[in-house]
Design a protein around this ligand. Structure first.
Ligand code: FES
Length: 100
């Protein structure tokens, strides 16, 4: 593990990519910059995270916290509340997505 506080794996698999991976990556990078977290968060694009039915997905470590059915606004909320505030955002977690 690096000296970063968080590591994020944004899914770049075949189902998540066409559902907005590039837009989510831009929203994620913009939000990290806005909240001055870019130096402490490591962002990587992963392969399929095996939750394709709930695409687009990303995973936050330490955790794992699996976030699903993401939108740019959801990503901004996760950066603000989870990465800056330390509180995972329950409504975007995968187990919530499975109930939607
Ligand atoms: S392609 Fe993203 S979970 Fe499968």
């Amino acid at each position: 593990m690096s000296d970063k506080r968080y590591r994020i794996y944004l899914c770049g698999g075949p189902n998540c990519t066409p559902k907005g991976r590039d837009i989510l990556l831009r929203a994620l990078e913009d939000a990290l910059w806005t909240y001055q977290l870019d130096a402490v968060v490591d962002v990587r694009v992963s392969g399929c995270q095996d939750r394709c039915d709930f695409a687009p997905n990303m995973t936050v470590w330490p955790g794992p916290y699996h976030y699903s059915q993401l939108t740019p606004d959801a990503v901004r909320q996760i950066v603000q509340e989870h990465l800056q505030g330390g509180q995972p955002v329950a409504i975007w977690l995968s187990n919530e997505a499975e109930r939607r």
